[in-house]
Design a protein around this ligand. Structure first.
Ligand code: APR
Length: 250
């Protein structure tokens, strides 16, 4: 915390009084668990890789093996990671106050779920999930988990390749997830935005939706973000440092 305990107390008081809290997390939430973010200078994945080649359907079709190996490496990193103090503080708050906190995440790791927020709304999918690249025409459809081992795995019957169960650039977000997230943003009295640059829509628009209906928006981020203007309070610090300080007393 950059020496502004008064802002921390203000933020805690807003959260204490809020009957309904919507939390939006981004890659910064998992940074202290050792999972790289996308846009941080030097360490961000998009500083080292071209997202259009690795996180798009076109990129996968152009070089399925390369994309598959890149996701396999990221999956191994997720499996080796552990939830940090920020994940645990959010899960503990949700357990102390059932039904009061709706967690919306842009992250495709499973750290919120492993910390205890099993019902986290996943806007961008799940890196540990697999699905067919083409719709399977069989009924019932074949199980991607039983595809033939290869890079990427393929259906033994028709050769359909398996792809990661994440939302790629240019793809629509899962409708029900986005609908639930927007409903939570429109109903909350406080929105806590943790570890996102606010660079990617529609997730980045949730803070404005909350602010427009009168919610207090609080941002936790060591750096400025593209949605700071939507916040009444910007707390300069990290998820694992600030979330326990914000939530544990409540
Ligand atoms: N605690 C809190 N925030 C942090 C921490 C930390 N320990 N470390 C970094 N951050 C902040 C950075 O300052 C940055 O604002 O996390 C943010 C990470 O931003 P991005 O890398 O852009 O990640 P995110 O906002 O989640 O990206 C949104 O873009 O590429 C797509 O699908 C991908 O879901 C992702 C989306």
């Amino acid at each position: 915390m950059s020496g502004h305990p008064a802002e921390l107390d203000q933020a805690r008081e807003h959260l204490r009084r809020a009957a309904s809290i919507c939390v939006l997390t981004g890659a910064g939430m998992s940074a202290e668990s050792g999972i790289p973010t996308f846009r941080d200078a030097m360490t961000g994945l998009w500083q080292r890789f071209d997202p259009m080649q690795l996180a798009s359907e076109e990129g996968f079709r152009a070089d399925p093996g390369r994309v598959w190996r890149w996701y396999a490496e990221r999956r191994a990193g997720v499996r080796a990671a552990q939830p940090n103090g920020g994940h645990r503080a959010l899960a503990a708050f949700a357990q102390r106050h059932p039904g009061r906190l709706t967690l919306v995440t842009q992250n495709v790791d499973d750290l919120h779920q492993r910390a205890g927020n099993a019902d986290a709304i996943r806007l961008h999918g799940d890196i540990l999930a697999e699905r067919w690249l083409e719709p399977c025409r069989r009924s019932p459809s074949c199980d991607p988990g039983r595809a033939l081992a290869a890079e990427p795995p393929r259906c033994g019957e028709c050769g359909n390749p398996v792809r990661p169960g994440v939302v790629w650039f240019g793809e629509a977000l899962p409708y029900h997830a986005l609908d639930a997230a927007e409903l939570a943003a429109r109903r909350c009295q406080a929105m806590l935005v943790v570890g996102t640059s606010g660079a990617v829509w529609p997730a980045a628009g949730l803070a404005a939706q909350a602010r427009r209906q009168g919610a207090v928006v609080i941002i936790v981020n060591p750096q400025p973000s593209e949605i700071d203007d939507e916040a009444q309070l910007c707390l300069a610090g990290t998820a694992a440092q600030l979330l326990p300080a914000l939530l544990d007393p409540l």
